[in-house]
Design a protein around this ligand. Sequence first.
Ligand code: PBG
Length: 334
Amino acid sequence: MRPTIAQFPAARMRRARQTPAIRALTRQNALSVDDLIWPIFVRSGEGIEEPIASMPGVFRRSVDKVVDAAREAADLGIPAICIFPYTGIEERTEDCAGAWDPQNHANRAIRAIKAAVPEIAVMTDVALDTYNINGHDGFVEDGEIVNDRTIVALVKMTLAQAEAGADIIGPSDMMDGRIGAMRTALEAAGHQNVMILSYAAKYASAFYGPFRDAVGASGALVGDKKTYQMDPANSDEALRLVERDLSEGADMVMVKPGLPYLDICRRVKDTFGAPTYAYQVSGEYSMIKAAGQNGWIDEERVMMESLMAFKRAGCDGILTYFAPAAARVLAAQR
Ligand code: PBG
């Protein structure tokens, strides 16, 4: 629908921009702390907060420090955090058995957070890349990333996370058929309230570079992920993937990366009306940080503008490494 508009001077669009009060009154979208999911990295050890060189201000934390971070997030009003494990090359194997070990760092972190900060929602990562010797999200056989055998492992991983107390399972692997298999297994195991936020439209993106450093996958990855992650040239395929994942039992869907894919966010929201999230990924974060640290942009304003863009594109929430910084800005604005 095209809005009716009078001719100048009956219509003067600048009337709606004249003062802060009028601008507030006519503002269409709002960013709230309720929209934020904070991804954090967990590693072995105790008392450790290890900086990640390519992501200034982001750390790999031992489980005790992850609990502190969860408390900080809850105090800021952030509704959810998302746990990503860091594994050294010596912790990785070809059979990826660490992925469904109830005692891996991620599952220990989930239990510790649920015990200490029960009010925050905990989201997980389901994919084999952080446990795989070759850095891929699925098992590799003769150079091929195999689908169906990987699903069996992803289901085991899902159940271990649900057992540990996860609220939201986050499959980031892009195998076909995994949502249905995970949903069926969760129902059968009595985890009917555990949600699935599917990385439904995940692109094979160069913007993941700093994340792969953060989780220890950069050196490990053999080849690329183009046989399972989407081609950045495609748009209709994203809608088919979202529809498929919703039909298999996903509660929420994600588009990833974020800012370069806002057109996809808008199409997904308009087409399905499902809870829709975007992941402002590591490369997006690092670019803003780097330019900010060089004094080339106003980091805080660019951060807030980039997050508002997701709301404008129809997203219900954003996974962002800026979550605590943005929450602080929002609190100061009130
Ligand atoms: C892999 C995974 C990736 C990210 C989240 N889960 C990287 C990849 O697909 O290689 C990227 C997140 C980011 O860049 O911030 N399971």
